[in-house]
Design a protein around this ligand. Structure first.
Ligand code: FDA
Length: 310
């Protein structure tokens, strides 16, 4: 792992930085490259613009690790309101939630009830709910809640990270359930005994798992197969594999983050692949932004440049 990535990921966990950095105007300006604004309405406006390009969207309200139960209740209500707003716009727009934000550390029963309420409301409105994956200590609890809710409603999916050694076993056990899997490489700083330290291993694992997610058994189970990546080599490899195996373009989806690889987002849509952009909004963006920088330290340059461009 590069020194820069380590420094940025450590920074994402710093309380002092979390409170100071968002006050700086230039930091805020740099962040706007990756998020259209702090309000749900800003995200919905961006989703409407993306629709013009044939790109669907998924909204996420930034925040994590809630320690106050009333805050978790506010997050739940916020997402219920957002689902209603999405319905009014008629957009193909999903939501993606973090269980720490729904209070899994405070009261797991209440977190389950909140997740269930969101998925139930989404089902009634014809929408879909994704569960983000967080640090490795949350995987078992996250998958347990996912299985419970999926037992009642089909419109829910979970994110899995190819950097974890356990993920092949998780994919094998979840695929037969249908539902949805959004495969990503993984964004957190994880120890070498749970996650591949080498990027080449993370990439290789991603491709192997992606192939399993569009294999005949997964398609027969009705799995919603989503690949959350900006890695053009991996995107092309999945496309080639699907083409060679007779898997149609509408049998899987590529999801990318707002503001990253915009050209590729548009190209995928033009080439009639399913493509969706995850739009983050909210005022709790500092740790999230630091993780985006860690993914591509060259982005630090954008921050540096915006200091000088006012
Ligand atoms: P990689 O990091 O190898 O990047 C490939 C190329 O993409 C780079 O060379 C660069 O060109 C471009 N790129 C990547 N990141 C960039 C950036 N920040 N700025 C500019 N260019 C960039 N993680 C997690 O742990 N839990 C989760 O729930 C999710 N959810 C999620 C949803 C969606 C839709 C996406 C796209 C990603 C996530 N992630 C996530 C994040 C994921 O784990 C991973 O950290 C990032 O996607 C970066 O990895 P890539 O696959 O893009 O490849």
């Amino acid at each position: 792992m590069s020194v820069m990535r380590n420094v940025l990921l450590a920074g994402s966990e710093s309380h002092w930085l979390r409170h100071q950095a968002p006050r700086l105007k230039f930091v805020k300006k740099a962040v706007m490259r990756f998020m259209p604004g702090e309000r749900a309405e800003d995200a919905l406006d961006a989703a409407a613009s993306l629709r013009q390009l044939g790109i669907a969207s998924v909204l996420t309200h930034l925040g994590e690790n809630i320690s106050d139960p009333s805050e978790a209740a506010r997050v739940r209500q916020h997402y219920l309101d957002v689902l209603a707003k999405i319905k009014l716009t008629g957009l193909d727009c999903q939501i993606s939630v973090k269980l720490t934000q729904l209070g899994i550390d405070v009261n797991e029963g209440q977190c389950r009830a909140s997740l269930r309420a969101l998925v139930e409301q989404a089902a009634a409105l014809g929408a879909f709910v994704w569960i983000d994956m967080e640090q490795h200590g949350y995987v078992d609890r996250t998958l347990a809640l996912y299985r419970q809710v999926l037992g009642e409603f089909p419109n829910v999916g979970v994110c899995l990270q190819s950097y974890l050694y356990r993920t092949p076993a998780d994919v094998a056990s979840l695929v037969p359930l249908g539902g949805g899997i959004r495969l990503v490489k993984g964004a957190y700083k994880e120890p070498g005994d749970v996650a591949y330290p080498k990027k080449s291993d993370v990439d290789a694992s991603f491709l192997t798992l992606a192939k399993q997610m569009i294999a005949p058994a997964a398609r027969a189970a009705g799995l919603r197969a989503v690949f959350g990546t900006h890695d053009l080599r991996i995107i092309r490899a999945i496309q080639d594999h699907a083409e060679g195996s007779g898997v149609p373009r509408d049998a899987y989806e590529f999801d990318l983050l707002y503001g990253i690889q915009r050209e590729e987002q548009a190209r995928l849509a033009r080439d009639r692949y399913r493509v969706r952009v995850l739009i983050s909004y909210g005022d709790y963006w500092f740790p999230w932004y630091m993780r985006r920088l860690a993914e591509r330290p060259a982005n630090v340059l954008f921050v540096a440049k915006s200091i000088f461009s006012g």
